[in-house]
Design a protein around this ligand. Structure first.
Ligand SMILES: Nc1ncnc2c1ncn2[C@@H]1O[C@H](COP(=O)(O)OP(=O)(O)OP(=O)(O)O)[C@@H](O)[C@H]1O
Ligand SMILES: [Mg+2]
Length: 277
């Protein structure tokens, strides 16, 4: 009798029919303006992130990219739909079980000014995840892991004892990347991860993401930049007003965009400066 086919490994991250709305804000005594309409930030979004693959989520400002990322990382609970981590339904998971899951799904947030704890040094910021998840036999092993993660994220170890306000925006962004990397997550969600970096540093960090992908990490890469998405992702999903309007192979979406919104995003991408006469 032949052996049964091995069971397929569950996909590291999946969203099924996810919807998120934000309630209108109330008018306050000091503010005359108010939003009267509910914002449908994510509207029936389904995504699958495969091991060792990068999916780029692109769209204009306010299209719902960060909200989708927050639901995927279970930092936010969706109104309806399902979130699966490694095949397990985590849509309504809470408490210690959710904290344990977060080790495997790490996020680099869009705004490194808001996301780093102000009173922690760089060393402590990167160490925090190791302490929470009890990784590393002692202080010496943790220090090795911290230094390794900082080096991979191109952060000089001379910055180990600095506080976030003593760093540039780009340095903060790289510290946030190191804090995610140190946990060796199965899934890395990177929300505009290189927006504060100069061109040479961008290339280094994007190369790091390519390396992570080739060693099996699943990447959700969020960006406005469609050509960059095509260079560093396997598939692209285009979000417009919370809905996925186009999804497909990255180079095909770039070269033959099927939806007018994708074409408009491409037209809005700044092109390289023309050569000097
Ligand atoms: N906490 C909130 N309360 C109310 N509305 C929100 C909240 N967070 C996001 N929104 C709204 O939801 C929509 C999607 O926001 P989101 O931050 O996901 O967009 P984005 O695609 O990440 O934009 P950007 O490219 O500017 O970062 C926007 O209309 C935004 O104003
Ligand atoms: Mg955003």
């Amino acid at each position: 009798m032949s052996n049964p086919a091995p069971a397929e490994a569950p996909c590291p991250l999946e969203l099924r029919d996810v919807c998120v709305s934000f309630a209108p804000q109330r008018r306050t005594l000091l503010s005359r303006s108010r939003t009267t309409e509910t914002v449908r930030a994510v509207d029936d979004v389904s995504l699958r992130l495969e091991q060792g693959k990068a999916l780029a989520l692109v769209g204009g400002s306010g299209s719902g990219k960060s909200t989708t990322a927050a639901v995927a990382a279970r930092m936010l609970t969706c109104d309806s739909g399902t979130v699966l981590h490694a095949g397990e339904d985590v849509t309504h998971l809470g408490g210690a079980a959710l904290r344990a899951r977060r080790r495997h799904i790490q996020t680099v947030y869009q705004d490194p000014f808001a996301s780093l704890p102000t009173r922690f040094t760089v060393r402590r910021i990167v160490e925090e995840g190791l302490l929470i998840h009890k990784i590393g036999a002692g202080a010496g092993e943790r220090e090795d892991r911290i230094v390794d993660a900082l080096e991979r994220a191109h952060v000089p170890t001379a910055l180990l004892d600095r506080l976030p306000h003593q760093l540039s925006g780009g340095q903060r962004q790289r510290v946030a990347i190191a804090a995610a990397l140190v946990l060796e997550p199965a899934v890395l969600i990177a929300d505009e991860p290189v927006s504060m970096l100069d061109v040479s540093m961008r290339a280094g960090i994007m190369q790091l993401f390519d390396d992570l992908r080739s060693t099996g990490t699943a990447l959700l890469l969020i960006t406005h930049d469609l050509p960059a998405a095509a260079r560093h992702a396997d598939t692209i999903a285009v979000l417009q007003q919370g809905r996925i309007v186009e999804e497909g192979d990255a180079s095909t979406v770039l070269s033959r965009p099927a939806h007018p919104y994708t074409q408009a995003l491409l037209d809005a991408t700044p092109t390289a400066a023309p050569p000097r006469p």
